[in-house]
Design a protein. Structure first.
Length: 137
């Protein structure tokens, strides 16, 4: 019912890139006024390297999105299988599915609990971070 193996690999790549993007952004700086909330934990040289990676990751994410959209359009136009509507609605027509490969259920409550716990942990880390300054006096 879900993604094929290559599509599943793309989802894992998306999640890994988005995680790396968000973590590097916490330590990033713009070398003028703004810093990420965890900038105070690291040296400015390390922050500059993470900022560079943060900017490069954006380009990789955009490229992955382009590949993903291209694949969905390929399936729509060439293979005549609409993957776009099920991505939006979360539902497929019965004739497009097999009873053997159905998804039994979801773990929404577990996902919400994990997100809440990670959000609380991140909030605590950000609140307890040392005050950062780009200027060395």
């Amino acid at each position: 019912m879900g993604h094929n193996p290559l599509g599943a690999l793309m989802i894992v790549a998306f999640l890994a890139m988005l995680l790396a993007q968000s973590v590097t952004g916490l330590f990033a700086n713009d070398q003028v006024f703004e810093t990420g909330p965890l900038f105070g934990y690291i040296e400015i040289g390390t922050s500059d390297r993470l900022t560079s990676l943060h900017k490069q990751l954006f380009d990789w994410i955009v490229a992955a999105i382009a590949v993903h959209v291209t694949a969905a359009l390929f399936y729509l136009w060439v293979r005549r299988e609409n993957l776009i509507l099920p991505m939006i609605t979360g539902r497929k027509r019965v004739e497009e599915t097999s009873a053997k490969i159905g998804i039994d259920g979801s773990r929404t409550l577990l996902a919400v609990c994990i997100i809440a716990a990670l959000g609380a942990l991140l909030a605590w880390i950000v609140r307890s971070a040392p005050v950062a300054s780009l200027y060395v006096f």
